[in-house]
Design a protein around this ligand. Structure first.
Ligand code: PMP
Ligand code: GLU
Length: 424
């Protein structure tokens, strides 16, 4: 098995190495929320520091109940007995692939870890392009034939994964597409895994959001966590909502053999977070606005440089397309941006995209500042783009993209601008 360090984490480590060596690097490669811990959560964590028992595999009752309440308030009535907590949603997703078994249908492009986890679990992903203009869902029109073909070749396809809203494209699938995916999953008898970790960071609160757990409650697992909405990535806490006791039991068996239980003090803080007190709702709300404002500003820089890039709808990602520039692969394009311009992004091929497609993933959430003080100022600012450290980063990016697209950075890629720009 050819397993390497996950591209997101590897990029983060490479950027730290370059910075220690004195290079100036804009980190647009790592999707960390880039905001401080809310003081109320610090207090809850500190107060629970003495909790050193393992606790139940599924998580503390208070956390399972709070998570059930969180989903209930979003139109998904939830039995706390069918909630499983884990050390991040990433291990929960891996545990689910093991518990469900068989091969999994993934959208193309999709987050780096899904395909890698499938391979670790001894499965193979069936990659199906997202519908034109959408991301995070495999095109329902193509799923049926792809699964039938794979099954005809003897493959045991059992699940289908969606990301709502999406990483890497920053877009949110239309409710009509989600309904079609639910129908297709039923027709093909597939379990749907709905990764909704960015759900509370949809930029426009008036957007229609449909979880496939609404139209297909009998077959949809929902996963989420606090890494994005409350910036707790390093605390490692996630939750899954299972559609049946049978799958729940299987996931618990996997969990018990891999992580035993999530860290007890973190679970206490997370139980508080999932009750959604006003102070934390307000923090997520401010974060949502900041992520949206900065993602839109970065989007404008890419549009100006001639890239074709969908307008961001949720989370903190963009997926610009530089078709027309003279690079052989997205890896070459990303390498040029890093080596010559100090701009770190991830090449589209690590998301399962065609290496010859000149697309890169841009994460915008590490532009808020390097210190808690600056990050809080960004959260509080009426116009975060006018903060000097944010505007300096945007200028750095704008200059780099300008030189890349006009070819004034010399060498390959010179003199050709990407095809006509549109904000999808
Ligand atoms: N899903 C997606 C789409 C992500 O971007 C991430 C980022 N880490 C995760 C899941 C996992 O997050 P965590 O393990 O921190 O819950
Ligand atoms: N999800 C983040 C990203 O896509 C990073 C964290 C991780 O990969 O575990 O960049």
């Amino acid at each position: 098995m050819n397993i390497t360090l996950s591209a997101t984490l590897a990029a983060n480590e490479e950027i730290s190495r370059r910075r220690r060596a004195g290079e100036r690097v804009l980190n647009l490669a790592f999707g960390e929320a880039g905001l401080p811990v809310h003081p109320a959560l610090r207090e809850r964590l500190a107060a629970a520091a003495g909790e050193n028992g393992y606790g139940p595999v599924a998580g503390l009752a208070a956390l399972r109940e709070a998570a059930a309440g969180y989903w209930h308030r979003r139109g998904l009535p939830t039995d706390p007995e069918l909630v499983v907590c884990g050390p991040g949603s990433k291990p929960l997703l891996y545990g689910l692939l093991l518990a469900i078994g068989g091969d999994v249908v993934l959208p193309m492009p999709s987050w780096v870890s899904y395909a890698a986890q499938a391979e670790l679990a001894g499965a193979r992903p069936v990659l199906v392009p997202a519908p034109p203009g959408e991301g995070g869902v495999p095109d329902p029109e193509l799923v049926v034939s792809a699964v039938r073909r794979a099954r005809a070749r003897g493959r045991d396809v059992r699940s289908l994964l969606v990301t709502l809203p999406d990483n890497p494209t920053g877009t949110l699938a239309a409710t009509g597409t989600v309904k079609k995916i639910a129908d297709v999953a039923r027709e093909l008898d597939l379990t749907i895994i709905s990764d909704e970790i960015y759900r509370d960071l949809v930029h426009d609160p008036a957007s229609d959001f449909l979880s496939p757990a609404v139209p297909a409650p009998e077959r949809t697992v929902v996963t989420t966590g606090l890494s994005k909405s409350l910036a707790l990535g390093g605390w490692r806490i996630g939750v899954a909502r299972l559609p049946s006791a049978e799958l729940c039991t299987r996931l618990l068996a996997v969990a018990s053999e891999i992580w035993s239980s999530p860290a007890a003090p973190v679970q206490h803080a997370a139980a508080y977070a999932y009750t959604e007190p006003a102070e934390l709702l307000e923090r997520t709300e401010r974060s949502r606005r900041l992520h949206g404002a900065v993602a839109r500003a970065v989007h404008a820089r890419f549009v100006r440089a001639g890239a074709v890039v969908a307008a961001p709808q949720g989370g903190f990602y963009l997926y610009p397309d530089f078709t027309g520039l003279d690079f052989a692969t997205s890896g070459d394009l990303a390498a040029r941006l890093l080596d010559r311009h100090g701009v770190a992004v991830l090449p589209g091929h690590v998301f399962g995209d065609d290496p010859a497609g000149l697309r890169v993933r841009v994460a915008t959430s590490l532009l808020y500042g390097e210190t808690d003080e600056r990050r809080l100022a960004a959260l509080d600012a009426a116009d975060p783009l006018s903060l000097p450290w944010i505007s300096a980063s945007l200028d750095h990016l704008g200059d780099a993209l300008g030189r890349l697209s006009t070819g004034s950075d010399a060498g390959r890629g010179r003199g050709r601008t990407a095809s006509a720009s549109t904000a999808a």
